[in-house]
Design a binder for this molecule. Structure first.
Ligand code: AMP
Length: 266
């Protein structure tokens, strides 16, 4: 399967090809068509699965399909909001947005605390189509009246479980209240919990649900070997493995006193 067969425009395919991607990852194969269909999405995927491109690419596609002009007096509105739990993730996601959208006429901005708010206020005066933000600083701007979220078409909660763990639920609820009712919601989490279930129930409208396997549980990435060896020769076997194989983990089974189980990452 190719990126263009998922319905992404030439400009987006060109950008991912320049990044060195040839095939969509499993989460991208599922998330891209789901987001492009316009419905809500509940997606279980950890970092490392390609989840960022999974929501960024179709988000860019949807925004560029329908261009919006500003009123004769003002600049165009902010159309997509991506919330992340940390500054680092916000910066990372926004740099992906820039990179994947480099052949499109869409502008993005990253907003997080711990840095001067004035330069952010200045940046908000120019065109911003996609805003990537952490909840706290975003609410600071709302309080100062420097941010208008009333035209958001797509909301993404990235690593929503981590946001809940970090105590952002009240901030998230305050932010949701500032958004228009009619919008597309995408909720990404790594680990499902009752809290995620409750958030999804209140936020999502008949969502499509997708989940890709946790990386560290996929047997595809790991080869398991069992050596049967008597107690006396276990040490020799271990020395042999250390000398000859890199990147393995092993476990001497106390119950199976004769077995050494080895996991090899492919
Ligand atoms: P993420 O899970 O979004 O943090 O992405 C993990 C890593 O996978 C990042 O370094 C991406 O650049 C990379 N990546 C994302 N999609 C693809 C793809 N289709 N092919 C190869 N690498 C990818």
């Amino acid at each position: 399967m190719s990126f263009s067969s998922l319905g992404l425009s030439d400009e987006i395919v060109r950008a991912v090809t320049a990044r060195g991607y040839t095939t969509p990852t499993p989460i991208q194969m599922q998330a891209i068509p789901a987001v492009m269909s316009g419905g809500d999405l509940l997606a279980g995927a950890q970092t490392g699965t390609g989840k960022t491109a999974g929501f960024t690419l179709p988000l860019l596609q949807r925004l560029s399909d329908k261009s919006v002009k500003g009123s004769s007096t003002g600049r165009p509105p902010i159309r997509a909001l991506i919330l992340t739990p940390t500054r680092e993730l916000a910066a990372q996601v926004e740099s992906s947005v820039c990179e994947y959208g480099k052949y499109l006429k869409l502008n993005s901005m990253v907003m997080f605390g711990g840095v001067n708010i004035k330069s952010q206020i200045q940046q908000l005066k120019s065109r911003v189509d996609i805003l990537v933000a952490t909840p706290g600083r975003l609410l600071d701007h709302v309080q100062q009246g420097t941010l208008d979220l009333s035209q958001i078409e797509i909301l993404v909660l990235d690593e929503a479980d981590r946001m809940l763990d970090m105590g952002f639920i009240r901030d998230i609820r305050r932010i949701l209240a500032l958004l228009p009712k009619q919008r597309q919601n995408l909720l990404f989490f790594a680990t499902f919990s009752d809290e995620i279930k409750a958030l999804a129930a209140g936020l999502l409208n008949r969502p499509m649900m997708i989940e890709v396997a946790r990386r560290n549980l996929t047997s595809e990435n790991v080869t398991q070997l069992v050596y049967l060896v008597d107690r006396e020769r276990k040490r020799d076997l271990l020395v042999h493995l250390i000398k000859n194989i890199t990147g393995f983990r092993c476990w001497f089974s106390p119950a199976l006193s004769m077995a050494l189980i080895v996991w090899l990452s492919n």
